[in-house]
Design a protein around this ligand. Structure first.
Ligand code: C2E
Ligand code: CA
Ligand code: CA
Length: 424
């Protein structure tokens, strides 16, 4: 057998041949586990490659010692690990709990090796079906599940199902449309206003992108963001949106119009780039746009990973004068202690918060308390997804005045937005 020189696990080729032979023995049941470390690049970039290697060896050691009933394991490449495990039966609950426990333990080990890093471990599982004889296809399915688990902090891992394959097929359709639109600069940027309940005046807007297919149909983000994130192309999209809004603000300033602040979404993928801060500043300078007119939305879950590095970059962006908001707050794994360390100007409360608060008094109390605390520490608060007057009244009573939601407007094309909200 051949071994990976760094970790001592099998090489990928040897894993395929050993595991491939094993799954043909149908007297036993098997599971394929695929795992990787979120933002492993952070460790390499910020702690050096030797530390990165140490972490990879730590993970390999962990797999060898702690992964129960592991038959074969390999590092397929970079920080991606695959193992074949023998299982007695498929008990979903038990397996989820076990994965959760193992992940916690592994995170502690990594934090011990690289201080200040507590990365998420993405895990995908595939329960090898009785008629499955093709190990490559089986590994592929575990990887589809692993990729789907990225950014999902509410569950320990994702188990492969046919439905996940649809996402993969969708990527094959979406990517050429994106590449084409990017080249032709025909990506649409819609704007949704943020309104003050008290004055009914516009206080800002969020830029949200749309693709258009050959037949002229608008493709919403839910159909393309995941595919762009998986391929890293989301970085191109976000910079496209940023240059679009810089141009727009420049145009307003040149016409003598006082601009509003426009926010754009910065995907988690950007934090891989060591030149992120310079790149954003460069664009704003190219269009000579004062930074206070640009707001950067970073989704809540990003702050759970490699916090120190992200906090540092966010601080640099704010020092230059950009506004920074934490997006989708309350959608996943929020904790009050997080607010204490987040160097942000704005907290955007997720739409699920608004929805839940009207349904249950307990959630309502929670939201009220949260808004009170955010006000006390002088953070700006925006409630997203406000659809009814009743919802608006509730959040106003809780102490939040800023609203982004269908109650006032949907995201609309820029020219429509300008004629409605921007007075020349
Ligand atoms: P998000 O950043 O949370 O943006 C707000 C989403 O909520 C938008 O969906 C908006 O249309 C929707 N929304 C606003 N008000 C309401 C309401 O009252 N009710 C309901 N049900 N929904 C409301 P959209 O435009 O479909 O975008 C979905 C997500 O896709 C965004 O969520 C954002 O995470 C992502 N996204 C969109 N454009 C970009 C982009 O250019 N770059 C990146 N990285 N992500 C983007
Ligand atoms: Ca957003
Ligand atoms: Ca949001």
């Amino acid at each position: 057998m051949q071994y990976d020189s760094l970790t001592g696990l099998l090489t990928f080729e040897d894993f395929l041949s050993q595991a491939g032979a094993a799954i043909c023995d149908k007297s036993k049941a098997y599971m394929i586990v695929a795992a990787d470390i979120t933002d492993f690049h952070f460790i390499n970039i910020n702690y050096g490659y030797d530390k990165g290697d140490e972490v990879l060896c730590g993970v390999s050691e962990f797999i060898r010692i702690y992964l129960p009933n592991m038959l074969f394991a390999c590092r397929s490449h970079s920080d991606h690990f695959i193992a074949l495990v023998c299982i007695q039966s498929f008990e979903y609950e038990r397996i989820m709990n076990e994965v959760q426990r193992l992940k916690e333990r592994l995170k502690e080990i990594i934090a011990g090796l690289a201080a200040g890093v507590s990365p998420n471990i993405n895990v995908g599982l595939y329960f090898v079906e009785k008629d499955e004889l093709n190990i490559v296809a089986a590994v592929d399915k575990a990887n589809v599940a692993r990729r789907t688990s990225k950014g999902n902090y509410n569950i320990p891992c994702v188990v492969y199902s046919e439905h996940l394959m649809d996402i993969k097929e969708n990527s094959a359709k979406i990517l050429p449309i994106f590449d084409d639109s990017f080249r032709k600069e025909s990506i649409r940027v819609y704007l949704q206003p943020k309104i003050s309940s008290e004055t009914k005046k516009i206080i800002g807007a969020e830029a949200l992108s749309r693709l258009v297919d050959d037949a002229g149909n608008i493709i919403p983000p839910v159909k393309f963001i995941a595919a762009l994130e998986k391929t890293g192309k989301i970085v191109e999209l976000d910079f496209y949106v940023l240059s679009f809004i810089c141009k727009l603000i420049r145009k307003w300033i040149d016409k003598g119009i006082e601009p509003i602040t426009i926010s754009f979404n910065l995907s988690r993928m950007h934090f891989y780039s060591p030149t992120l801060v310079e790149d954003i500043i460069k664009l704003a300078e190219e269009y000579n746009v004062p930074p206070q007119y640009i707001e950067i939305e970073v989704t809540e879950s990003v702050f759970f990973e490699a916090q120190e590095m992200i906090v540092k970059k966010v601080e640099e962006l704010r020092e230059y004068g950009f506004k920074v908001s934490v997006d989708d707050f309350g959608s996943g794994y929020s904790s009050l202690s997080l607010i204490g360390v987040l160097p942000v100007d704005v907290v955007k409360l997720d739409k699920s918060f608004v929805r839940e608060s009207l349904k249950s008094p307990r959630s309502g109390d929670l939201m009220k308390g949260l808004i009170r605390i955010l006000n006390e520490i002088h953070l700006e608060i925006v409630c997203e997804g406000v659809e009814t007057a009743e919802e608006e009244k509730m959040i106003n009573e809780y102490g939040c005045d800023e609203v982004q939601g269908y109650l006032y407007d949907k995201p609309i094309p820029t020219d429509e937005f300008e004629s409605k909200y921007i007075k020349a």
